[in-house]
Design a protein around this ligand. Structure first.
Ligand code: GLN
Length: 423
């Protein structure tokens, strides 16, 4: 069978191909030469499958889509305290290149506008622009699983007329947000923006963000959960500049656009998406790119606020197995699901002396759910005088220490009862 997914992507591209609204960025002379009709889309799943349509293998400069990645690297290289001390996390409602700082703190408002991104670039490890951009290039190559290069023509072209970004650099230096030579930092930032990528690369890089920092193809961990959560959060609130609120309500996917016409989006746990179409709207976001995202979000129910209810569906019910009460669970257990289990245990008339939580069909337990389940085990044991066992053949509830000396028996299967513990 032929996969319907690339066909669907091609259809979505065709549907918005006719829209010629907007204009290519021309304040960077090299970008003005881009073919305005280029159109591409790619998506990558957390287990590393990539689907593309259109010009997905054409290279263009990453521009502002480098900002979330540079912020993530800065968080890891310099630590949260240093980064948060220099760059805020509030949406600015201003254009991406606004020359302004938070009046109370003198910090750039967020790392997705140029002022914050220039500051974030300075917090990447390295003595000068060359070392920082080389580190950036190496990290991005790991995320794309391909050796990426800088587009020297785009870099030089932007540098030649970078008066505004230089002004921002000097402003940051005056307020003590940058130490050292502001021109060196701005040069590094501009080079970072000139990294050459394809739409396919970007979807894989976005999937690394969606996947909590684990590169979906190589399985290599490139960032930590906290840094990724922080990065996705500022993408969600600030990634689309002064159109961020509109984007949140219509698309609802943490995203970042670039002036070369790319937009990347990362839906946590689900998918990395990238599109390319060089004509931009008044906010500097790709016109057809925004449409493509709106279409995907609608067709595929990708909005962050649209999540299927998970509570009751994890319960497989209460059965009796000999004289033991068995509570069967399934799927991924998060807070709402764990609460449903608690309620089931509280409301069920437990008849026997033994309670078995059957986790055979559970394939994930969040931290809070784990603590709640272990508290259920502790209370049943100490307050209700039950013997509690877990059927947990894969050790999903690793090291089930319920506290106060309570450790449930762990069985490999329901029929294992009476036998020796599985672990
Ligand atoms: N290099 C560009 C600039 O600083 C990036 C802007 C963008 O992509 N929005 O102006």
């Amino acid at each position: 069978m032929r996969s319907p997914i690339p066909d669907y992507l091609a259809e979505v591209l065709d549907d918005c191909r006719g829209d010629e609204g907007g204009a290519v960025a021309d304040y960077i002379p090299e970008l003005a030469r881009a073919d305005p009709d280029r159109l591409a889309i790619a998506l990558t799943t957390p287990d590393g499958a990539t689907y593309c349509a259109g010009d997905a293998d054409v290279e263009f400069s990453i521009q502002s889509m480098s900002k979330p990645f540079a912020y993530d690297i800065a968080l890891r290289d310099s630590g949260f305290e240093a980064v948060l001390g220099k760059i805020g996390v509030e949406p600015s409602g201003e254009a991406f290149n606004e020359i302004s700082l938070e009046s109370s703190s003198g910090r750039p408002r967020n790392p997705m506008i140029n002022a914050g991104a220039i500051a974030a670039h300075s917090l990447i490890e390295g003595r000068d622009a060359e070392e920082r951009t080389e580190r950036f290039r190496e990290r991005m190559s790991l995320a794309a699983d391909r050796e990426l290069q800088y587009d020297e023509a785009v870099y030089t072209s932007e540098l030649e007329s970078a008066y505004r970004n230089m002004a921002i650099g000097y402003m940051l230096r005056t307020h003590g947000v940058l130490d050292g030579d502001p021109e060196d930092v701005v040069r590094g930032y501009i080079r970072q923006c000139a990294l050459s990528v394809t739409t396919r690369d970007l979807s894989i890089m976005a999937a690394t963000l969606a996947n909590g920092g684990v590169q979906p193809v190589t399985g290599r961990r490139l960032s930590g959960d906290r840094a990724i959560r922080q990065t996705l959060s500022v993408m969600m609130t600030c990634g689309m500049y002064d159109a961020a609120g509109d984007w949140m309500t219509t698309v609802g996917i943490p995203a970042k656009s670039g002036v070369a016409g790319g937009i990347l989006g990362a839906l946590p746990g689900q998918v990395g998406i990238a599109v390319l179409s060089p004509r931009l709207d008044v906010h500097g976001n790709s016109t057809r790119g925004v449409q493509l995202f709106e279409r995907l979000a609608d067709d595929m129910g990708l909005h962050l606020m649209e999540v299927p209810p998970v509570g009751r569906s994890v319960l497989r019910g209460h059965t009796l197995h000999g004289d033991a009460d068995v509570i069967g669970l399934q799927g991924v257990i998060g807070f709402a699901a764990a609460e449903a289990v608690v309620r089931q245990v509280v409301e069920t008339e437990l008849s026997g002396g033994e309670v078995i939580l059957d986790l055979t069909r559970v394939h994930g337990v969040s931290d809070v759910a784990r603590r709640i389940l272990l508290e259920v085990v502790r209370r049943l044991t100490l307050h209700d005088d039950k013997q509690v066992s877990l059927v947990d053949p894969e050790g999903i509830l690793e090291d089930p220490d319920a506290g106060d000396g309570v450790r449930p028996r762990v069985l490999a299967s329901l029929d294992d009862r009476g036998g020796s513990p599985a672990h």
